[in-house]
Design a protein around this ligand. Sequence first.
Ligand code: ADP
Length: 598
Amino acid sequence: MAKHEFQTEVNQLLNLIIHSLYSHKEIFLRELISNSSDALDKLKYLTLTDDAFKSMEFDPRIDIEFSEENDKKTLTLKDNGIGMNAEDLVESLGTIAKSGTKAFLGQLTGDARKDSNLIGQFGVGFYSVFMVADRVEVTTRKAGDDQAWLWESDGQGEFEIAETEREQPGTTVVLYLNDEGVEYASRWQIEQTVKKYSNHIAFPIWLHYEKTEYDDEGKEKGKTPTTEHINDAVALLKRSKSDISEEEYHEFYKTLGHDTEDPLFYLHTQAEGTMEYTTLFFVPQKAPFDMYQVDYRPGVKLYVKRVFITDDEKELMPTYLRFVRGVIDSEDLPLNVSREILQQNRILAKIKDSSVKKLLNEFTRLAQEEPERWIEFIEQYNRPLKEGLYSDFGNREALMDLVRFKSTKADGWTSLAEYKERMLPDQKAIYYITGDNEATLRRSPLLEAYTRKDIEVLIMAEDVDELVIPSVGQYKETELKAVNRSDAGEDLKEEKDETKDKELKPVIERMKTVLGDRVKDVVTSVRLADSPSCMVVDQNDPTMQMAQMMKAMGQADLPEVKPILEINPDHAIVTHMKALEFDEQFCDGGFLRDGVGG
Ligand code: ADP
């Protein structure tokens, strides 16, 4: 018998599960059934596509037994799925393979309520068994192998693996129930929980129990072993939309997405005609924890005629919709499609295209008809949608209407359409300011003149804005202009006072000499009210944040971006400088170097 230690993260997670999730403790059964269902899916696929397994007799099923009599109550879950070998056991039940686990654990606060939400997003899977059991045994044999293995743990830092025997391939999990779990050693509890959480599982779930028999007078006669089929076992996707209740959709989502909360919404499509397929998509209430990791886990599973093909194919959804969970089930794809074929398959490309359109239509409907729920969506997914503006040219128009921004005139979030409605009659462009902090942007001197003229400016503090918005350029024929660019003064131009300009010429010339090649130019400003000066970027140069970002991404040969210094002709400091113009002290340049800044 070999002893192993759990990966540190598993230990941390186990502690957290026990302290944060106990109010949802019944999910352990859903997680186990979901694992069995995945294992059955995988073996079913092999029996249909792999010659080595084609002749095998395969009658997929899940069996649940319990014992309430021994001094230790147990619950046993058995499947005849793909099973695991010793290596799989260590990999799957000793470590957490998910990327970003460390970062995720770092986010936890110790506040059980908040953490349980986060853990819900993370998906605890198998380890949830330790909420209800103080010892767990897994006996498993991988399809194709003769050797079976016994995995055993009390969830306290270690597990053991030993050789054992199992007649058929598959997995048996025995839970030695603790005080929290004893209630699950009951026919009624198991049936309730399975019906609630796992009714849609496509394989039959059988419950074994001792049925009490009574004689004619109502006296107990004895017990008969009984087996009852307790779920519908008709794949949800196969049923007609009108027969599926909202609750069933929600439970399906929770199993699929390993989530404890209902989804924000779902979208079920059954397409018939030249192509036949079903898609069922969900948007989680909370963004998946790994949404911003390069190696995020894709959320959409592919089935062909209800046979599971893969849950590890990022190509099934465009990257900017990576938070979508769901299932695509095609009638037209061949069963044994390889990954390479999948990626260039025309049928799949069409399904994907129309899925994206349908999702965006649904988003649009939500934004129009249920603005409050749309804002919940935006709070989680505004940023990925903005990525779409950049990467999905074909759907850019729809996306432009879906994304939201902060603004100098509206509370909360606003849309570009709403901005357009509020534009002044002679306003020429949609103005925006970018940077990395909303509060700082709101105080920027660059906004002063716009505020004075009552022109609205969008506040863009997300890092993607800087990359995406300039590439978009316009919204419904109105140009989008960054106020920190030299050409954004258009609507302010008439303010420029030529006489002041002339009067300041000597000061400006002096500043140019002193500042030398640290600036591209020095000009009088039309956009300042209370501040003496500000820096802007030439309309043809990348902004400073963008230059920094490009540098960080390794573009070393970028020409240095030099700012244009704008000075406020009406500000006291500037008028004072004008007066000082012939003063010797000023000519030293000390004042200029230390005193003027944007
Ligand atoms: P997830 O299901 O999200 O991957 P789990 O912690 O529930 O996470 O399970 C970890 C892994 O253990 C699974 O991905 C699977 O490889 C393996 N596993 C768990 N239960 C079974 C089972 N009944 N049969 C075969 N493999 C299983």
